[in-house]
Design a binder for this molecule. Structure first.
Ligand SMILES: [Zn+2]
Length: 66
């Protein structure tokens, strides 16, 4: 089995060191997976931050406006 990355979009076989397809310019699988992992980690931290923000607001804001 070849270690050369194959483009998911145009099936172009690219050089091992290439990070994007030389025919269509899309990110190659290994690079795309890495980008997806980074995005997932950023989304996780966004959720954690949002949760902390909600908890802080819950205690900081007044309970009723009566
Ligand atoms: Zn391609």
């Amino acid at each position: 089995m070849s270690a050369q990355p194959v483009c998911l979009y145009c099936q172009q076989v690219n050089a091992v060191a290439a990070s994007e397809c030389r025919r269509c310019g899309m990110l190659l699988p290994a690079e795309a997976a890495l980008a997806g992992e980074r995005r997932l980690r950023r989304f996780t931290w966004f959720c954690v931050g949002l949760t902390i923000f909600c908890i802080v607001m819950f205690f900081w804001l007044p309970r009723s406006i009566a």
